[in-house]
Design a protein around this ligand. Structure first.
Ligand SMILES: *[C@@H]1O[C@H](CO)[C@@H](O)[C@H](O)[C@H]1NC(C)=O
Length: 267
């Protein structure tokens, strides 16, 4: 149980550790390790959940989690990214259409955030939430929805996928905060389940991915962000034990298990 909470904490408090480094690298965001920079027009479905706070009367917006546009009013993220019920929706926003973590794009007000009612912080199952915007998201070259995979999309182990997120590229987070992506491969379910055997159950609502080539050494992007394969959203960044650790693939929410839930929420 302790390990699970730690795992969740890693991704919620959002840091990534690199095993080979004696010091754990941490930042305020789970991030792509050794990814490459992409322009938002290459991943126009990428969005971010942001939260404002007031500092001496000045409003400051902070990045909370990655998110993904699936319709003109619907954006998916991870349930563990959903703020507590007491958080005022007016202090939250969905930002789309930017290659930079802290500037550019358009921010939309949020009318609701619904986390899956069976999300479990203990088992990390059903880690999915749907955000609805107050006004319709305007699509462009840098803002567009991605189709959500259903169960007819086959994803055998080895299938190529792309994970993206707004990562800090430096430890202090003072340098570039840009959109990064990493090419990863889907990991067969039994292989992933075996890897996590001592830590947690890899259930049907989860899908794992990893970069098999160590030179790419990919890792998860922001929690709540997209994993895309065959031009469909196949996963939402959920959790992992460490990052860029060959023993532990990244674990994502398998969205094809949630088609009905998503459709219900979008109504
Ligand atoms: C599954 O997704 C494919 C591709 O997006 C679509 O053509 C097909 O109609 C979907 N099947 C179901 C049962 O929704």
């Amino acid at each position: 149980m302790h390990i699970l909470f730690k795992t969740l904490f890693l991704f919620f408090a959002c840091c990534c550790k690199v095993k080979s480094s004696p010091l754990q690298q941490t930042s305020d965001s789970a991030r792509i390790v050794n990814g490459f920079q992409v322009d938002i027009t290459e991943v126009p479905y990428q969005a971010a959940l942001r939260r404002s706070s007031s500092n001496n009367g000045e409003t400051i917006w902070n990045h909370v989690c990655g998110a993904v546009i699936i319709s003109d009013k619907g954006v998916l993220t991870a349930a563990h990214c959903a703020p507590s019920r007491s958080t005022s929706l007016s202090s939250l926003g969905v930002r789309v259409g930017t290659s930079n973590r802290n500037s550019g794009g358009e921010t939309y007000e949020i009318s609701s955030i619904v986390a899956h009612e069976k999300y479990s912080p203990e088992t990390l199952e059903n880690d999915i939430a749907l955000i609805k915007t107050v006004t319709s998201i305007v699509f462009s070259q840098s803002v567009s929805p991605i189709a959500v995979a259903n169960q007819s999309l086959e994803l055998p182990g080895g299938t190529e996928a792309l994970v993206s997120g707004y990562g800090d590229t430096s430890y202090s987070g003072t340098s570039s905060q840009v959109l990064l992506a990493a090419r990863v491969n889907i990991v067969a379910q039994d292989t992933c389940a075996r890897a996590y055997l001592r830590l947690t159950s890899i259930t049907s609502g989860m899908i794992c991915a990893f970069a098999s080539n160590p030179s790419r050494d990919a890792c998860q992007g922001d929690s709540g962000g997209p994993l895309v394969a065959k031009n469909h959203l196949v996963g939402i960044v959920s959790f992992g034990e460490g990052c860029a650790d060959a023993l532990y693939p990244g674990v994502y929410t398998r969205v094809s298990e949630y088609n009905d839930w998503i459709a219900d929420q979008l109504q």
